[in-house]
Design a protein around this ligand. Sequence first.
Ligand code: AR6
Length: 187
Amino acid sequence: MSAPEIIRSDLAAGAKTRFTVVLGDITRLPVDAIVNAANSSLLGGGGVDGAIHRAAGPDLVAECRTLNGCKTGQAKMTGGYRLPAKHVIHTVGPVWNGGDHGEEALLAGCYRNSLGLARRHGLGTVAFPAISTGIYRFPAAPAAEIAIGTALAESKDGAFDEIIFCCFGDEMAALYDRLLPQALAGA
Ligand code: AR6
């Protein structure tokens, strides 16, 4: 895929954190941390997880082996190795199972706990993929609302310079491009 493209970049009124929608491959972003939509083993997989491990090289899985996995909705951090990102925050999204198995709260937990980890380590720029919306089948629109809403709520203290939503396809980018200004206007 070609170099990531900025679709939209906005500040909420009176707020310090910039929210940016990017179309492209998250492994190419030179940020403090990219978030990985991992599975509970943290030992790699398909989708964005596979792409991140391929781009980071084998030292990433070696560090992941020391972490003893990760529960759904939680997050753990490693180095970025060969990635342009300094760190990888690995989180485990919920598998969509119809919506009445706590999926929404678990997905919000992924964003909240990833940003909590970033805040504790003083990381100013964090990029998220659309967690759970691929192999785990979470519907894109409610997932995007949870992503944006949780990130807005968690950044009110001004701890982050920029939060990036990295979309891997035109449809996802159009969805975030539509939802982000609505959410910022209401924030
Ligand atoms: N950059 C940004 N986004 C991407 C990239 C990329 N390089 N590649 C895919 N996406 P998925 P999940 C998007 O399936 O649903 C793995 O096997 C993709 O289009 O990667 O949370 C893990 O090991 C989609 O919008 O993650 C788990 O077993 C989003 O990333 C399982 O998949 C998430 O899709 C996790 O499933």
